[in-house]
Design a protein around this ligand. Sequence first.
Ligand SMILES: Nc1ncnc2c1ncn2[C@@H]1O[C@H](COP(=O)(O)OP(=O)(O)OP(=O)(O)O)[C@@H](O)[C@H]1O
Ligand SMILES: [Mg+2]
Length: 329
Amino acid sequence: MTTLPMSPTLTTSTGVPPALELRGLRKIYPGTPEVRAVDGIDLTVAPGEMFGLLGPNGAGKSTTVGMCTTRIRPSDGRAMVTGLDVVADAARVKRRIGVVTQTNTLDRSLTLRENLRYHCRYFGWSIGDSRQRADELLERFRLLDRADAFPDQISGGMAQRLQVARAIAHGPEVLFLDEPTAGLDPQSRIALWELVGDLRSDGLTVVLTTHYMEEADQLCDRVAIVDHGEVLVCDTPERLKELHGAAVAVELTLESPPDERLVARLAELPDVVGVERTAGGLRVLADEHEGLVARVVVAVGDAGLRDLSVQGSTLEAVFINLTGRDLRE
Ligand SMILES: Nc1ncnc2c1ncn2[C@@H]1O[C@H](COP(=O)(O)OP(=O)(O)OP(=O)(O)O)[C@@H](O)[C@H]1O
Ligand SMILES: [Mg+2]
């Protein structure tokens, strides 16, 4: 595993190649009409960085990861992992990367422990080293007490932890996580975030895709917002919110789930740029603070307001401002 220092931005003076470098990367699926899944992406990820690709369904996130991880052949452009070309040097790239794909790829006929051991053996580790590594990872990912269970017998959160453990078992330098927390309950999601955060402090570069803006915001040093196969903006979450976000977000906790009429009423208020549904109610995004809360409270009327708080901008607001749509449309 690499021990390169964590760096939020690209450093070129060290002579160390970027962990990931994409130049004009494209994937076009033929057909009528053709699908421009990835349409000319340029990105550079520094060693040790935690980098997020944030975008709605169909934005091209998985296709981008597929090309970076040698699974999908680019139509045009280049992807380099730690200085190695993913097409010309695919075999060496595979040793340097760990991958968790969007779908569960655990071997269901093997126990958790065996899934890890076999992975190490596949990468040429000795039987003894593979055993030791498997046990170390089971402990670290809090799976030891279920080590002899089969993947079908464990929870979604555990399966996802095992997939991450397996992905790093052979000591890669760059870890790709495609929607690592999709479908997980909030608690499992937070547990996974913590584990991924720990990996980063080991010096591993992490590239993750997500359509959860909180995930990108909390976990990533930098985020590229992708839509229709293109990068719209790429910066730290703070800078993105500062430059492209809404001025303010009003969080509403409601007695019961809001109906469409309430959402429409709020969306029509002056200065409001978007209304999102949240676990507890609604989030109203606006680009002006003055008089907003009073207008929101009036608009909510007798819809059962339990709580209200005013917060800064979100990455969702950035996406709405850039595209006129929200991340789930
Ligand atoms: N093998 C394929 N053949 C044709 N079109 C494809 C193929 N794979 C993906 N696409 C299309 O390419 C676009 C990008 O898909 P991709 O899976 O990369 O998006 P994504 O951002 O990962 O979305 P999601 O959030 O749903 O996972 C979509 O329009 C998808 O339908
Ligand atoms: Mg995907």
